[in-house]
Design a protein around this ligand. Structure first.
Ligand SMILES: NCCC[C@H](NC(=O)CCC(=O)O)C(=O)O
Length: 446
């Protein structure tokens, strides 16, 4: 077995981070609609998290923000003329479309793709399927640039396979790693891939949510497993509890997180909890590992508190002492039930013995916690050497990016500010410089 490390590819928050209320079913997005955002602070909060983990010795990298506004979308929707004319017309006739074209939502890289490490796949390569994110207009425009970035970073076809997004139709709604968990004894060993879907297009016996949309379909999860060449016995499909989706759990990573052999989850996360956990346990036996489920009961934390605190949208980080640290957003310490639960959790003798709390409020106000901000990619040493090195987080890159953010980002952005064509030019200038910093010259299509 080759020495393998799990890299967290965090999304570098783009200069147009704003609150446009675009994500129906995501409570934070809807409740902060039209308030002022602070893109500079958002980017610095994200960088601080990356920096802290890199300093602790965790493998850290990043994915770049996307080119915004997406003029291709505006043109596709019938706006014409120069860039400034399209912005002006969209701002006047349909500000919501302009907001979609301007969204910085690619920062939540857990939704960029589903990743299967080489230990799990039929051809021994690391597979990526770019997520189509077709449930929301502003997110459905991410996949082409995501594919471009992933192909630039994981260009070596001997080691990596990047699959384009699934067909952009409701039957194949796919939100990437937010609904996918890899469980294993160690990163380099064969593992279990757990796919959590919200509804099915073709199986009428599967009952979905009533109020809010289920973004991930069973059919999409199955297609990803096929594309990656996963083995049936080590692949598990379970349904997310539709009642929790209706309470604002728009992705599985708002109610469960797994790493190594630990599955940290809420009692109400899945349809038929016992059967779902049993499927994981049996699949884990196939790889000679023992599942360690950490179950949070409703009596300890109700779903509404899990949604407002983002307790489960946390990062489980394996430490050299064999234990795990749980990286949670600061909101967890502001919720009495969650704070009490976490205090007990780390003082117990279980797998999690440390709590790391981060201020990520800018992202949280759009429904994106620590786990949303990162895409996990387990890489052997050889693979890590074969990927593009310019996105690996170093002290020097950190300093360079802080300076870059401080010189290009605004500290206040209202949705109405997107009507100003100067913003588009600012963004383009910033991103051009970024592609140089990351040594990815063809990242953007200017
Ligand atoms: N994994 C976290 C994703 C959060 C993301 N929020 C947003 O897109 C909010 C954008 C806005 O409302 O401006 C979403 O819902 O997909």
């Amino acid at each position: 077995m080759q020495k393998t490390r799990e890299y967290n590819f965090d999304g570098l928050v783009g200069p147009t981070h704003n609150y446009a209320g675009l994500s129906f079913g995501n409570v934070a997005s809807s409740s902060n609609i039209k308030s002022a955002s602070n893109p500079k602070e958002a980017a610095l909060q994200g960088l601080a998290k990356m920096h802290a983990l890199a300093q602790r010795g965790f493998a850290q990298a990043l994915l770049p923000p996307q080119d915004r506004p997406n003029f291709k979308l505006l043109r596709q929707l019938g706006f014409t003329g120069t860039n400034a004319q399209m912005i002006e017309a969209a701002a006047r006739t349909s500000p919501v479309l302009l907001a979609c074209a301007y969204s910085a939502s690619s920062m939540w890289t857990a939704n960029a793709a589903t990743v299967s490490p080489s230990a799990d796949t039929a051809d021994g390569r690391t597979h990526f399927t770019v997520a189509n994110l077709n449930n929301k207009l502003h997110r459905s425009i991410e996949h082409s640039q995501t594919e471009r970035a992933l192909r630039a970073i994981f260009h070596d076809e001997k080691h990596f396979a990047v699959h384009q997004a699934l067909p952009a139709t409701p039957a194949f709604g796919d939100e990437g790693a937010a609904n996918h968990t890899r469980l294993c004894a160690e990163h380099g060993a064969a593992g279990v891939e757990l796919f959590v879907y919200g509804r099915s297009e073709f199986d009428a016996s599967i009952v979905g949510p009533k109020k809010f949309p289920a973004r991930q379909t069973l059919e999409a999860s199955q297609a990803v497993a096929r594309l990656h060449g996963l083995q049936d016995a080590r692949t598990v499909f379970v349904q997310q509890n539709p009642h929790t989706i209706d309470q604002g759990v728009f992705h599985n990573d708002v109610i469960a997180v797994g790493s190594g052999n630990v599955l940290f989850y809420h009692q109400e996360a899945f349809v038929d909890e016992a059967a779902s956990i049993e499927k994981c346990r049996i699949a884990m036996q196939q790889v000679g590992a023992e599942l360690n489920p950490i179950r949070v009961a409703t009596a300890q934390v109700v779903v509404a508190d899990a949604v407002s605190s983002y307790l489960f949208n946390s990062q489980l980080l394996a430490k050299p002492n064999g234990k795990m640290a749980l990286l949670v957003p600061q909101e967890c310490s502001e919720n009495a039930a969650v704070a009490a639960y976490l205090k007990d959790l780390v003082s117990s003798t279980g797998a999690i013995d440390e709590l790391l709390s981060f201020e990520l409020r800018q992202s949280m106000r759009n429904g994106g916690g620590p786990a949303c901000l990162r895409l996990r990619v387990a890489l052997t040493e050889q693979q890590a050497n074969a990927m593009h090195q310019g996105v690996i987080f170093t002290e020097a890159l950190y300093k360079r990016l802080v300076t870059w953010v401080e010189s290009h980002y605004r500290d206040t952005l209202f949705p109405d500010d997107m009507a100003d064509p100067a913003l588009a030019i600012e963004v383009q200038t910033a991103l051009n410089e970024l592609s140089g910093i990351l040594n990815l010259p063809n990242l953007y299509e200017y």
